[in-house]
Design a protein around this ligand. Sequence first.
Ligand SMILES: Nc1nc2c(c(=O)[nH]1)N[C@H]1C(S)=C(S)[C@@H](COP(=O)(O)OP(=O)(O)OC[C@H]3O[C@@H](n4cnc5c(=O)[nH]c(N)nc54)[C@H](O)[C@@H]3O)O[C@H]1N2
Ligand SMILES: Nc1nc2c(c(=O)[nH]1)N[C@H]1C(S)=C(S)[C@@H](COP(=O)(O)OP(=O)(O)OC[C@H]3O[C@@H](n4cnc5c(=O)[nH]c(N)nc54)[C@H](O)[C@@H]3O)O[C@H]1N2
Ligand code: SF4
Ligand SMILES: [Mo]
Length: 699
Amino acid sequence: MKNLTHFRTCNLCEAMCGLEITVTDGVVSKIEGDKNDSFSRGHICPKAVALKDIYEDPNRLKYPVKRTPEGWQQISWEEAFEEVIEKIKQIQAKCGNNAVAMYQGNPSIHNLGTTMNSPLFAKSLRTKNMFSATSADQLPHHFAAWQMFGHPMLMPIPDIDFTDFMLIIGGNPIASNGSIMSVPDVANRLKAIQKRGGKVVVVDPRFTETAAKADQHFFIRPGADALLLLAMIHIIFAENLVKLEHLAEFTDNIDLLREISSDFTPERVERQTGISAENIRQLTLDFTQAKTAVCYGRVGVSVQTFGSIAQWLINAINLLTGNLDKIGGAMFTAPAVDFLARAKTDNRFNRWQSRVRKLPEFLGELPVATLSEEILTEGEGQIKCLITSCGNPVLSTPNGGKLDEALESLEFMVAIDIYINETTRHADIILPPATGLEVPHYDMTFHVLAVRNTAKFSEALFSKAKGAKYDWEIYQELAYRMAHHTSSNEGFMAEPPEQKLDLGLQFGPYGLSLEKLRANPHGIDLGPLKSCLPNRLLTENKRINAAPAILVKDIERLSQQLLQTGSGEGFDFTLIGRRHLRDNNSWMHNSERLVKGRNRCTLMIHTEDAKRLNIENQAIVKVSSRVGSVEIPVEITDQMMRGVVSMPHGYGHARKGVKLDVAEKYAGVSINDLTDELVIDELTGNAAFNNVNVRIEKI
Ligand SMILES: Nc1nc2c(c(=O)[nH]1)N[C@H]1C(S)=C(S)[C@@H](COP(=O)(O)OP(=O)(O)OC[C@H]3O[C@@H](n4cnc5c(=O)[nH]c(N)nc54)[C@H](O)[C@@H]3O)O[C@H]1N2
Ligand SMILES: Nc1nc2c(c(=O)[nH]1)N[C@H]1C(S)=C(S)[C@@H](COP(=O)(O)OP(=O)(O)OC[C@H]3O[C@@H](n4cnc5c(=O)[nH]c(N)nc54)[C@H](O)[C@@H]3O)O[C@H]1N2
Ligand code: SF4
Ligand SMILES: [Mo]
């Protein structure tokens, strides 16, 4: 028996846990937390073990396949590349560049080769129809960061290890392991806040796993966060609690914040938020009186109709209370590969609009909420060809059911993906890259968003299958063939990502190199987050804008919300999402060990609401919205706010043609067959998954 030990970073979520993997006679025999990892200190979650399942998964594609009337057929890379480029060029020649669209999904940024190379290919398409999971997720964070600090990636990160008060709004890090806050071992880090006499408070329409560990939890009506935050800001001004400290010298528009918050007294937002004025006042006082405090808002606050305002106001609260850029507050990272060091600020918003609904571009992309209608609506500029890369928009974007239908009508579709799933089953050709344990890894993105500065490089554990290709090989070759107007690859030489990574490390603030990282397989600790303003600011005038005009203007729309009552048309429940530790968006349900056991695809509903509807636990109900309906078992619980129901996203694998043997057994239904592509944050077009009204009927 030959045992081999390998250290690497788990790339499945944002937490970057260090793994110790034992390989016995060429087979993974054990995956444990690496106790010597500089960042994660031995923590892992159950998903890490599934890296073995992905590696061994018989459903995982390794070679290109083509959909034919007789079913999927394996084809050569040469044939695949040739056909893909020819079709793209043909369609662009006939219908214009914008007839080709691309959607990039979440694992794009969890894979080094893809992060560094998919942009090359995307650019080579010269299309305005670029989409990604960003507009179904964190777009408002980028928008607020760009407006206030000058760059979409200059997002403040909670200094969790040093704070005395952490206010978590619309995030459930105990289940998600943190997001825009890479934070392995978050349970112990939250406990440490309490141990040093601090407090953790959660604001969420559900009493979550994180709420259960917190000192206090407030139920909030979905989508009302912006109102809560404005009321908190109102109190901060009214009670003279503003204390800008070092930020005063380089911050503009504080008075404007005072002005816009003046109408939003806690009493006025009570009804809409569901939080009493007294509680809002107490929460604000607790926050301002803590030695250090941080307000952190995540996906629950992003994917709502006022997501951008909410993310701005979260930054504003940290700023007004002197907790921005301060130890124990919200801080900026100094990553070992620092692409922000040479970044410039420029206009990145509304340079063009979507054809049908005129939704604004941001960062070169259009909101994914409009993708299906851009495919279905005839006329000049209609999308005829779609390329998906690391994405499953049929399950992950609003009104995925409509997109599912739209994909059927495309002239040509390519998927760069490892599975035949709900989305990729529509592709004409699938190009699967090597992945997981077969690829080297460095977290380009998540080191930038981590609660501590560290750096780690992981070698591949296994070589890719014979004749398979790496992601960087695929994207580079596609880009090359696009640029050279040729369907052949003559003269093409793929360049592995390591060389660029090495340069990035050498030019970075610590003068590291790939060699140094290779010599430190547990990673290198570069210390806690440090104060760095105003130097780090990327606004043109090197100042913080506390109240950007475009966001201030959107407050008018918010004021209207104060006047609104009820949802009408019998859709009297609000539907929100939910994550579970053993899920990872839509794509890890093919691991038996992760999906077995109690059915997680349930509709959580409050006991009193269930009683009123005369529904028993586990009964199947019909849930309908404007766009569709699903049937799902209920889970009755006191952990939901009254009038709010919750179901996880990423399920719904029972569609014809899906080739995921395990996932199909635990199919569930898709929440995004209910979410509405017309319910968006109107300012940016970001999906507002958590503001969809539904009807629940006993069947
Ligand atoms: N209702 C509701 N909807 C949501 C959310 C919600 O909270 N509620 N959350 C939203 C959020 S935050 C996100 S990020 C999106 C995610 O949306 P998507 O990114 O569209 O969906 P994923 O489920 O992450 O799909 C990942 C795809 O990548 C493939 N894949 C996995 N690894 C690799 C690889 O190494 N290479 C390649 N090429 N492909 C790979 C998988 O097979 C799968 O097809 O969903 C959003 N949708
Ligand atoms: N296990 C696991 N981990 C994951 C993922 C996964 O699918 N599974 N996905 C990864 C991805 S892509 C992301 S983006 C992150 C997300 O990381 P988190 O943001 O921590 O994700 P969620 O668990 O969805 O937490 C969102 C919370 O917002 C609440 N919420 C819903 N609507 C509202 C609202 O209107 N207001 C407020 N205040 N709260 C609301 C929900 O009840 C939920 O508890 O997780 C990542 N990590
Ligand atoms: S928490 Fe995230 S990074 Fe850590 S082991 Fe689990 S999936 Fe991997
Ligand atoms: Mo996400």
